[in-house]
Design a binder for this molecule. Structure first.
Ligand SMILES: [Zn+2]
Length: 112
């Protein structure tokens, strides 16, 4: 972590630089499921193998939501989730740096 004596605009530039390459970003948890289907004489279901699918779970305004993720999109969704975690980590760091910067700015102002 860098200098204590930075101003808020420096923290803002740092955050924008760091976040610039973090799109697409998402939060949630990706789960792998095996489920039976609705067809009557399905070979995969009868053999017990069933059907695999991916589902992303998350919360929207406190409500649990889920969305089906086609298998070919899984690598892209995983990349989104990695970016989301990195972005979340950045926001935690930003809290501390920005508050320190605001305090520093206030001290400088009170000195005149
Ligand atoms: Zn089936």
């Amino acid at each position: 972590m860098r200098a204590k004596n930075e101003f808020p605009d420096v923290v803002e530039r740092w955050f924008r630089d760091q976040a610039a390459n973090l799109w697409p970003a998402a939060l949630g948890s990706l789960s792998f499921r095996r489920c039976p289907c609705v067809r009557e004489h399905c070979e995969a279901c009868r053999s017990g193998e069933q059907h695999s699918s991916y589902v992303l779970y998350g919360r929207i305004k406190g409500r649990r939501s889920s969305i089906y993720v086609p298998e070919e999109l899984v690598p892209e969704v995983e990349q989104c989730l990695d970016n989301g975690r990195t972005l979340q980590e950045l926001l935690y760091q930003s809290a501390f740096r920005y508050i320190k910067a605001l305090k520093h700015e206030r001290e400088q102002r009170s000195k005149g």
